[in-house]
Design a protein around this ligand. Structure first.
Ligand code: HEC
Length: 180
């Protein structure tokens, strides 16, 4: 009797554990890349800093010009598949109901294709410089708090640089990358 009771409890605990593990596995599937990158950084920080891992992890990111100099537009083109859920990328492409056309976006005035932008985006009155694109693509809401772009952002600086390098290839007359 007693051991049956214990078995039940053990079973319930095991079930909960499995459920949590399954959640973890599902979450890993969604965020696999981000997780990997985080681990990479933590390790690099640890190695560099002789034990001051925390301080190194909080160190500023590699400057954008350095990242852009190493960026791979071809990889960025692959990564931009996710953008095509909402955006057209070809020159002269129409705005979708879900997002404006992105051809020519580098150097363009923010919120200027005629798409039904958020008021926040319309009110920016700024240009899509490489810095602004980098900030927006890290976390759209960090640049335009009320943005309609419900894309979480690419947290990996190198992958973001690849994306920006790709956007440059679809933007006639885009300025050269800043020199590192
Ligand atoms: C879920 C849909 C969705 C996804 C996915 C998405 N976007 Fe957007 N994007 C939008 C919307 C909507 C806007 C307009 C935002 C506003 O008005 O605030 C926008 C705006 C932009 C702008 C500003 C354009 C302009 O004309 O000012 C850029 C740049 C941009 N997105 C880049 C990207 C890139 C690069 C990706 C892929 C990495 C991406 N977006 C993924 C929906 C999306």
């Amino acid at each position: 009797m007693h051991s049956l009771e214990l078995n039940k409890i053990a079973g319930a605990l095991l079930g909960t554990l499995l459920f949590v593990m399954a959640l973890g596995i599902i979450a890993d599937g969604f965020f696999a890349r981000h997780k990997l990158e985080k681990a990479g950084y933590a390790l690099a920080g640890f190695v560099d800093s002789h034990g001051a891992g925390q301080a190194a992890a909080a160190a500023p990111d590699t400057p954008l010009p350095v990242l852009l100099a190493k960026a791979d537009a071809k990889k960025g083109e692959g990564a931009a598949k996710v953008c095509t859920t909402c955006h057209t990328l070809e020159k002269g492409g129409a705005d979708k109901p879900t997002g404006p056309n992105l051809a020519g976006v580098v150097g363009r005035k923010m919120g200027s294709t005629g798409y039904a932008y958020s008021d926040g985006m319309k009110g920016m009155g700024n240009e899509w410089t490489y810095e602004n694109l980098n900030k927006f693509l890290t976390n759209p809401k960090s640049l335009v708090a009320s943005t309609k772009m419900s894309y979480a952002g690419e947290r990996d600086p190198a992958k973001r640089a690849d994306l920006i390098a790709f956007l440059r290839t679809i933007s006639d007359g885009a300025p050269p990358f800043p020199t590192p």
